[in-house]
Design a protein around this ligand. Structure first.
Ligand SMILES: C[S@@+](CC[C@H](N)C(=O)[O-])C[C@H]1O[C@@H](n2cnc3c(N)ncnc32)[C@H](O)[C@@H]1O
Length: 377
């Protein structure tokens, strides 16, 4: 709960002008009497702002336990009776009426959160009226070459060291293929950020977001990686950005490292390609060509290479894998079969404790009951 509290304390009080801009955008888009879907409602703050913008009803959909915060914060507000809080992933819900407007802040530091784009497209297709509006309307990814020795040291080259005689080097590959969160300043950029790709949420049809830019280094320095950020158009002429130096929000940016820092001079050419898939995987390819020598250094990185897969996980992805139930799996199956709409929780618990004692501890049985009941209506 502490992490959720810290996260929402940040979102509610320390994200620059984010909430003012959302309020302004909603005032421009929401018409009196509209139905609004707040996708990823969190603390419920955007639901309140949607009501104030004129919404007749807001469906505040949140998958995480932060709905508890929403329940507490909304209780007693004049807007409470116009807001329905729904604790579920948006993919799993239907609404009693289609929404006129979808509002969502499911941004990450460089685009949308994992499955954020698919959530928006799914909600647009199933839960929005024809001709409805989506807020944000458009998200543009920007990149800039970055000189960031401290960030590079902390996030990447830390793994060149050793601890108690154990070399950390084997793990460096994971770090150099990761998208890191960082706070960079404009003087750390070796050229101004440029837009590399964008997504128009009302029209997008796929989950791949990619683009390529060619640019020149503006000043001499060492290229450690790319700074990634975004400019989001919430509604007409209402934007929010996390690019270095932009005061509209207080979000960190992304740092996409290169395997080897490259000394660069003004006029050196950069060819940058970014490919992102639904906030889940990202690939960055960078070619640096020296203006003086014409020599090119090429780098290709992917978050896929930063993933840690256990042998067991990989084995289960093999199409030839033939699953067999573990003792826990058999218990879960038998428990599910007892859930018939007439058996009480107490009776299920009693059965589970009697049957499962040989396979699992009482604590694990209690956990199994909770996870199984989470699937029940
Ligand atoms: C950045 S927070 C924003 C919270 C709040 N709307 C605000 O603006 O302060 C994003 C929230 O979206 C939720 N979320 C992301 N995808 C979701 C989905 N598909 N369905 C429901 N909630 C989702 C996350 O759990 C998280 O609480």
């Amino acid at each position: 709960m502490t992490t959720l509290l810290e996260f929402h304390a940040f979102l509610l009080s320390n994200t620059g002008t984010r909430l003012e801009r959302f309020a302004r955008a909603m005032a421009a888009v929401i018409r009196p009497g509209d139905v609004v879907l707040d996708l990823g409602a969190g603390s419920g703050i955007l639901s309140i702002l949607a009501c104030r913008a004129g919404a007749r009803r807001v469906y505040a959909v949140e998958q995480s336990d932060s709905v508890t915060l929403a329940e507490h914060l909304l209780a007693g507000t004049p807007e409470r009776d116009r807001i329905d809080i729904i604790h579920a992933p948006s993919f799993d819900i239907t609404l009693p009426e289609a929404a006129d407007v979808i509002v969502a802040d499911v941004h990450s530091i460089f685009g949308l959160q994992e499955r954020g784009l698919s959530a928006m497209l799914d909600a647009r297709a199933r839960l929005l009226k024809a001709g409805g509006q989506v807020l944000p309307a458009r998200i543009e990814l920007h990149v800039a070459p970055a000189e960031a020795p401290d960030v590079y040291m902390t996030k990447v080259d830390h793994w060149r060291g050793a601890t108690h005689g154990v070399s950390l080097e084997p793990v460096r590959t994971l770090a150099v293929n990761n998208v890191h969160s960082a706070r960079l300043t404009p003087p750390q950029l070796l050229a101004a950020p440029v837009a590399i790709c964008s997504v128009d949420i009302l029209r997008a049809s796929g989950l791949h977001l990619g683009g390529r830019v060619q640019m020149e280094v503006a000043r001499a320095g060492t290229l450690h990686g790319l700074c990634g950020g975004m400019v989001t158009t919430l509604a007409d002429r209402v934007e929010i950005s996390n690019l270095p130096g932009d005061a509209s929000s207080n979000f960190a940016h992304a740092f996409l490292p290169l395997d080897t820092p490259v000394p660069v001079a003004a006029g050196d050419a950069l060819d940058i390609q970014i490919d992102a898939y639904d906030g889940d995987e990202m690939r960055w390819q960078v070619a640096v060509t020296s203006a003086a020598s014409g020599a090119t250094r090429r780098f290709a990185h992917s978050t896929f290479l930063s993933r840690v897969f256990s042998r067991d996980e990989l084995r289960k992805r093999d199409p030839a894998y033939t699953p067999t139930l573990t003792p826990q799996g058999r218990l879960e199956r038998d428990l599910l079969q007892r859930i018939d709409g007439g058996t009480t929780r107490a009776a299920l618990e009693e059965w589970l404790m009697a049957e499962g004692g040989g396979a699992l501890t009482r604590e694990r049985l209690a956990e199994l009951l909770v996870t199984t009941l989470a699937r029940c209506g």
